[in-house]
Design a protein. Structure first.
Ligand code: ADP
Ligand code: MG
Length: 767
């Protein structure tokens, strides 16, 4: 007898419970696939609970299938169909010279009630095994065979009927069992079973009426094919698993009063209903992930993440930082005397917030958000001065060397008359120089050290690091407090970002950070005019460049640098540079800067651009972050469609820094694609970084927006940060409510225990 069946039962042992004609081999395969889907390293740990977290990608109402007569052009619908005739024809493929073959497989079918002309469902078959696959399909789609298929129906003029092209037949088409009672074709040769699983249209178990009723005449979940397991097979397995689990097997993770307040389904009901929608909930809600089952599970996801983050934050706040920064009036006056301009109200406000953190006993962990050009650097410098005034060392880390150099240059200039020593420490220094700086840093002789991340990653030691400023720009999440702490520092930390981060993200990923926002630009800026141009408008671009340069301004021309094809893109930028220099603007001074250049070379080109000796600077995205040349008034972005919105916004922020009117030209060869149109259109419409960030989040998702997979994004099983952000705040409030009760409340104590055990929050490792 196997142990009692539960959510914790390993998937590889499913076969022991004799469900859904489920053998040992299939159990093993399912365990492997589920483990890899959820990023579990060890498939032995893939459990029934994981299996139930593999959610349907959509749902079909098979109790009420659509009919041919209901179809309209472009309509998405699933239809139950009966094959009239099916077959393949080879597509002439001159290039392959007959080596590999390309077929179109076409099925002519009608609905059982024959409500309209037979329609056509077709798809391509190609590759080495195309012949075998075609013959497999031919055997399956015999006259009278039944199937259900889903997709966008289009009117085919020539045939005067609807047709549907499938991209992935395995996900979009499902064979139905032969009419019940007809048990003929069930026993297949083992070889055929394999093809079945590979292609994923298995009509398997067509003779078992108990299984047949799972697939027809009701609402059914459609799963994405998982390895060799078809949607249909997954449905049978999930159905069987759910049937074996009594409600009591689903441990309720949320307190009863919370469920009541938020009107949440019990966990058991939610898990059942998210797979098999009940009749009384409109399927449209399911399509939008807004069914009661979805809501309950989304809320649960958010609740635990919110609780985990609050706990983490609580831990930091209870830590003492050991450094004491004093900020008396005299200190403030000394700091003020260094400033080259009057701060904006927004800058003053965030400085106040930072000062409050610096004076407190708990380590600062603050995120400073401010659009490109809003003046974050000076705020950072003020914070650094405050720490240095109390005798602490400070570090400023920038994402690129160019930027570190620029910061060093500016800060050295501003502090030239102060007693503080500022040094630049980057990877490209000569070894002897570096060693010398390291010794001086360890001795406390350098007060402000500016560099790239190498600053804390290499064998650098400080005598008394009091404040670390991280100018992450938009490359976020790479460096966190934890990393500093791992190196034995526990300073105040200020992270700056120019990507306005949507609130849903600050609440989750950056939930452990306090947030300050500079929402005001320094005075005297004229808005930037943004235009989207196609290839045919190059002459206009040339004219714009000439006019601006003649008026004494400078121009950026930026090329994307995509990692996979770095070399090619580099050639692209280099070739364009030569072309611009020799053919288009022979009388102007054109410069080139890219990431593969030596720092000294780069620095030299940048210096000449800053000095105004170079009028047109061609570059790859190295200049994207932070470069500050107020005289530049034109930003040309080549292949603009290849950049993300936030990136484009960054690039645009390079101009419009002076009082002159500035221009941003987004060049694109495919103005037509909808993404490009939508994305670039937004750029033309607004200069507001927050709107752009929200849109970017919507279009590309949080992982992309933040630029890394290692962005520290918590993994949700059901919730989606973009789609479901409206529920985040409610879940956060509930989490706070329970935490406020303190650990003396047994309920809260249990919750804390649960969150601590959850590896997603990394709480166990923290103190
Ligand atoms: P970012 O927030 O993008 O890092 P910077 O700190 O580089 O912006 O500032 C952009 C430009 O605005 C710089 O040239 C800086 O000297 C200038 N600046 C910043 N704050 C003010 C201010 N209060 N008044 C006038 N100019 C300012
Ligand atoms: Mg900056």
């Amino acid at each position: 007898m196997p142990p009692p069946f539960s959510l914790n039962t390993p998937i590889e042992e499913l076969y022991k419970y004799r469900l859904a004609h489920f053998g040992q081999t299939l159990s093993h395969k399912l365990a492997l696939n589920i483990a890899s889907h959820f990023g579990k390293k060890d498939y032995h740990n893939a459990t029934v609970e994981d299996l139930l977290s593999y959610l349907p990608m959509r749902y079909e109402d098979r109790s009420n299938p659509a009919h041919i007569r209901d179809l309209t052009e472009g309509m998405e619908a699933s239809l139950e169909l009966v094959v009239k005739i099916a077959g393949a024809f080879q597509v002439k493929n001159r290039r392959s010279l007959g080596r590999s073959s390309l077929f179109i497989f076409e099925v002519n079918a009608t609905d059982p009630e024959k409500t309209g002309r037979p329609l056509v469902v077709w798809w391509f078959v190609s590759g080495k095994h195309a012949h075998d696959i075609v013959s497999y399909y031919t055997k399956r789609f015999t006259r009278g065979a039944r199937f259900i298929t889903f997709g966008r129906w289009e009117w085919d003029k020539h045939r005067a009927t609807f047709s549907l092209k499938l991209n992935k037949p395995a996900d979009e088409l499902e064979m139905l069992p032969a009419e019940i009672g007809n048990e003929s074709s069930d026993r297949k040769k083992s070889q055929e079973t394999t093809t079945d699983e590979v292609i994923g249209l298995d009509a398997g178990n067509s003779g078992d009426p108990a299984l047949a009723v799972i697939h027809t005449g009701r609402r059914v979940p459609i799963y994405r094919k998982l390895g060799e397991l078809s949607s249909k097979r997954m449905r049978e397995i999930v159905h069987a698993v759910l049937a074996m689990l009594p409600d009591s097997a689903f441990t309720e993770t949320l307190p009863a009063d919370l469920c009541q307040r938020q009107k949440l389904l019990a966990r058991a009901a939610a898990m059942r209903q998210i797979h098999f929608p009940p009749e009384d909930v409109p399927l449209a809600l399911y399509a939008q992930s807004r069914s009661p089952a979805h809501f309950r599970l989304i809320f649960e996801d958010f609740f635990w993440v919110a609780l985990g983050i609050s706990l983490k934050r609580g831990k930091r706040i209870s830590e003492a930082k050991g450094t004491v920064i004093k900020l008396d009036q005299a200190t403030k006056v000394r700091i003020g005397s260094v400033l080259p301009f009057k701060l904006t109200d927004a800058q003053r406000r965030v400085v106040k917030e930072i000062f409050r953190d610096l004076k407190s006993n708990t380590p600062m962990n603050r995120l400073l958000q401010g659009d490109v050009g809003s003046g974050k650097t000076i705020v950072a410098l003020i914070a650094m001065l405050a720490a240095m005034e109390s005798g602490y060392q400070t570090a400023l880390m920038a994402p690129t060397e160019i930027l570190a150099e620029q910061h060093a240059r500016n800060i050295k200039r501003l502090l030239a008359k102060s007693p503080y020593r500022v040094e630049l420490l980057t990877g490209s220094l000569r070894a002897a120089e570096k060693r010398k700086l390291q010794v001086e840093l360890a001795a406390g002789e350098i007060h402000a050290c500016i560099g790239t991340h190498a600053l804390i990653q290499e064998s650098v030691s400080f005598k008394n690091l009091g404040l670390a400023v991280i100018d992450e720009q938009h490359r976020f999440g790479v460096m966190q407090r934890a990393e500093l702490r791992a190196r034995g520092f526990n300073p105040d930390v200020l992270i700056m970002t120019a990507t306005p981060i949507p609130r849903s993200l600050t609440m989750t990923i950056y939930g452990d950070l306090d947030v300050s926002v500079i929402d005001e630009m320094p005075p005297g800026r004229t808005p930037i005019e943004t235009r989207v141009f196609g290839e045919e408008q190059r002459p206009d671009v040339k004219k714009l460049i000439s006019t601006e340069v003649r008026a004494g301004r400078q121009v950026y021309v930026v090329y994307p640098l995509v990692e996979e094809s770095e070399k090619m893109d580099l050639k692209d930028a280099t070739r364009r540079y030569e072309y611009l220099r020799d053919q288009v603007f022979p009388k102007l001074s054109v410069g080139l800067v890219h990431g593969k250049m030596k720092t000294a070379e780069k620095d030299q080109v940048m210096r000449r651009f800053v000095a105004g000796e170079i009028q047109i600077l061609v570059s790859t995205t190295v200049i994207e972050v932070g470069v500050d040349v107020p005289n530049a008034s034109v930003m040309i972005v080549e292949h603009a469609e290849r950049f993300g919105l936030s990136q484009l916004h960054q690039l645009r922020g390079r101009v419009g820094r002076g009082a002159e009117k500035s221009y941003c030209v987004l060049l694109t060869s495919d103005k037509k694609t909808s993404v490009a149109k939508e994305r670039l259109g937004i750029m033309a419409q607004t200069n507001d970084g927050f709107i752009i960030a929200e849109k970017d989040l919507e279009l590309r998702g949080p992982g992309e927006l933040l630029g890394t997979k290692q962005s520290g994004l918590p993994e949700f099983r059901v919730a989606n940060l973009v789609r479901d952000q409206q529920f985040l705040e409610g879940a956060r409030k509930e989490a706070e409510f329970y935490l406020a009760k303190g650990e003396k409340s047994p309920e809260t104590a249990k919750m804390i225990q649960r969150a601590t055990a959850d590896t997603r929050f990394g709480l166990a490792a923290v103190g």
